[in-house]
Design a protein around this ligand. Structure first.
Ligand code: MN
Length: 717
């Protein structure tokens, strides 16, 4: 098709079409694809041109035709979305972008089980119904020229078409396009079956031609006698529908084909029922064949009367009766409605049909929720992502990578250490987008972090995380309590064994939850602070004074008292393996500092520097104190945060000078805050990451030697 022909055709049904823009789109697409060839050797531009021609046959609007011409330029040539937006406007650029997004989808054999979800994904991505129409036209042309493709690609495309695009065409009521797609799929996927059915059909039509003609003439005569203007057509059966029926109903070819089908097209609804009356009066009905899709249209908007009778020549015949308008809608579907918008003036009304159609397509939803103007917002509350194997996982909108991990399997969620989204390592909190491919990285030593509960959106992920945290807290509380007993008994030169608590369970039962009657349950209650440690300890060892000595400092004098068990992987030695460890946010201990561990409810052990003022509050609870030391072997490559307060001259270059100093010493600055600017001085709080106290000291010294620094000290509160 030549450029002027294309423009003329569009103008023939849309006189106000922008001729100049159409011409520009034609030339631009031709130039951009100039160097490319199709697999057949034809110039690539023949493809978008044919797609445009298919859409012209549907009398689509000018923007759709332009987008059809340009539909592969962003995907396959140097053109960008911005280029198109500048040259052809937002609407055309958006339509092309929709096509580009769709072209990135590829259905794998594993994923084909989830064809329905794929259809939803296609709808969710399309956003504008015209994108779907272009996509279907694109697919139709690809199917028409499928023979030029390599075998493997051919089968994949045919399968994808049959599973995704045929049902979409059906939902959109585009019968003619659907039929054509189906038969190409059948031809490519089952060539032998296709060949057999086609040759038998040819034989039937050659031998039965006279029959069909006689019946058509008789029916026409019957209707004319009752003054009903009508057009009667013998309907050809399609190979795919015959094959499909044979498969579905498990019946032989003859049984599918012994009924000839006819279509009667009249002027209006009234005549439909009149014609039906004529047929039913003259010919005996075949039971169970009558269907009224006029009073109850199909979901895709299809309207028609269907019946079966013993017709002329005593032949069993199938009859469809519909008006011209109904026939057009049945053949063209969504596209048939397009013309109605011509002449529509009021904003919003022109797309009412679309609203109705989408309402029909998706009855379960409120149309107001998913439609604004031309936008299809189907499934906007969902996001569709893929596993590396191609499995499609549907999540609610706003879901993050952590939800994906739990959707795969709770074990995958529990041990998840990171994710790759579309091949790139990405934070767990990343919100997923339609079509994202998500690979979950796991490590069997990983456990869920309480923070995850806030990142997760799905109930499943939240519940799994909570369940784990609760179980972990229970374990933690047991360990805390056991630690307190071990520490305290050690102090008095005694020993401790869990079993000693057994006789006390009954006494403290009222503090425990229903069904809890084990030693562990009592320990957990003590660890959580529900049951007083002091009371229980006194029960066990009445001989020890209830008001124990404050021994925080004495603990440090007994450094020779090394703990029996240490964990090589903890930055601190002296803790029972498995207990969770935190560094106090008040004093920010770093290796080299003298430190002490404090058992805190629900948090395991928190490490403070011995001079931290926060320790005062634990003076009365010596059982919480644990002697600890830095694990020098483990800390070789570990870095920890520290805070520094700098008092500096208020001048613009100060910040760069500070960062120059930290950079020279290879120390990372994680946060920087300027406060109290007055009298030409500012106070800067610097958060840095250092290896140990000596490298921090070195940094402090460098600052002290700077001219612009008037004071510097480490912050420990
Ligand atoms: Mn294409």
């Amino acid at each position: 098709m030549r450029q002027y022909e294309l423009v003329e055709k569009v103008k023939s049904y849309d006189p106000v079409a922008d001729e100049e823009a159409l011409n520009r789109a034609y030339v631009f697409a031709m130039k951009m694809h100039a160097a490319q060839k199709r697999e057949s050797g034809d110039p690539y531009f023949s493809h978008p041109l044919e797609v445009a021609e298919i859409l012209i046959s549907y009398r689509m609007d000018c923007a759709t035709i332009m987008a059809a011409l340009l539909h592969d330029t962003v995907e396959d040539t140097a053109a960008s979305y911005e280029d198109l937006k500048e040259l052809f406007g937002q609407t055309v650029a958006d339509l092309v972008r929709g096509m580009t997004k769709l072209s990135k989808l590829e259905i794998t054999p594993e994923a084909s089980k989830q064809a329905q979800n794929f259809q939803k994904l296609v709808l969710a991505i399309s956003e504008d119904i015209r994108v779907l129409l272009i996509k279907l036209a694109d697919r139709l042309h690809n199917m028409r020229s499928l023979h030029i493709r390599a075998e493997e690609k051919r089968l994949r495309i045919a399968k994808e078409t049959l599973e995704i695009y045929v049902p979409l065409a059906e939902r959109m009521g585009m019968q003619a396009l659907k039929d054509e797609l189906e038969d190409y799929c059948f031809f490519n996927l089952y060539p032998d079956a296709h060949k057999t059915i086609e040759s038998r059909l040819r034989f039937l039509s050659e031998t039965g031609k006279n029959d069909v003609q006689t019946v058509v003439e008789q029916l026409q005569k019957d209707l004319a006698e009752h003054d009903i203007p009508a057009q009667v057509k013998g309907r050809e059966k399609r190979p795919y529908s015959i094959w499909h029926k044979m498969q579905k109903k498990n019946i032989p070819f003859e049984q599918v084909c012994d009924i000839i089908a006819f279509r009667i097209i009249v002027d209006n609804i009234e005549d439909c029922y009149k014609a039906l009356g004529v047929i039913h009066t003259k010919y005996p009905m075949i039971g169970g064949r009558y269907k009224d899709y006029i009073s109850t249209p199909k979901q895709n908007g299809y309207r028609s009367l269907h019946t079966g009778v013993i017709g002329p020549l005593n032949r069993r015949i199938e009859v469809q009766i519909r008006s011209k308008d109904m026939d057009k809608v049945a053949e063209l579907g969504v596209a048939a409605h397009w013309e109605y918008k011509q002449g529509a003036t009021k904003e919003g009304t022109q797309y009412r049909w679309l609203r109705d159609l989408l309402d029909l397509m998706n009855r379960c939803s409120d149309p107001n929720d998913f439609l604004e103007h031309t936008k299809i917002a189907l499934y906007q509350d969902q996001v569709f992502c893929f596993s590396p194997k191609g499995d499609l996982i549907t999540l609610p909108q706003g879901a993050t990578a952590i939800d994906f991990a739990y959707a795969v399997h709770s074990r995958v969620g529990d041990t998840c250490v990171g994710v790759k989204i579309n091949g790139k390592i990405t934070p767990l909190r990343t919100e997923l987008k339609n079509g994202d491919q998500v690979e979950v990285l796991t490590n069997k030593n990983q456990t869920p972090s309480p923070e995850w509960e806030h990142i997760a959106v799905t109930a499943k992920a939240k519940a799994s995380i909570r369940r784990f945290i609760r179980a972990q807290q229970y374990e933690q509380n047991i360990q805390n309590a056991r630690n307190m007993f071990l520490n305290e008994t050690k102090y008095f030169g005694l020993s401790f064994n869990d079993k000693e608590l057994q006789p006390l369970i009954q006494k403290y039962k009222s503090f425990l939850k229903a069904g809890q009657d084990q030693v562990d349950d009592l320990l957990a209650a003590i660890g959580a602070g529900v049951v007083s440690f002091k009371d229980v300890f006194h029960e066990l060892h009445p001989e020890c004074s209830k008001s124990t000595l404050k021994k925080a400092l004495s603990l440090f004098k007994k450094k020779e008292q090394k703990p029996e068990e240490t964990n090589k992987n903890m930055p601190v030695v002296g803790l029972i393996p498995g207990i969770s460890l935190n560094f106090a946010k008040c004093c920010h201990p770093i290796p080299g500092d003298s430190i002490v561990g404090i058992i805190t409810t629900g948090k395991g052990v928190t490490i403070h520097t011995v001079d931290c003022t926060h320790l005062n509050q634990y003076q009365e609870e010596p059982e919480r104190w644990i002697p600890v030391e830095w694990n020098s072997a483990m800390l070789q490559n570990k870095i920890l945060p520290a805070r520094i307060c700098l008092e500096v001259e208020d001048k613009p270059s100060v910040l760069s000078e500070i960062t120059t100093i930290t950079a020279k010493q290879n120390i990372a600055v994680t946060n920087l805050k300027i406060q109290n600017r007055k009298n030409g001085l500012s106070e800067i709080i610097l958060e840095v990451e250092v290896k140990d106290s000596s490298s921090l000291d070195l940094l402090l010294q460098s600052f002290r030697s700077c001219q612009f620094v008037s004071n510097v000290h480490r912050l420990k509160f």
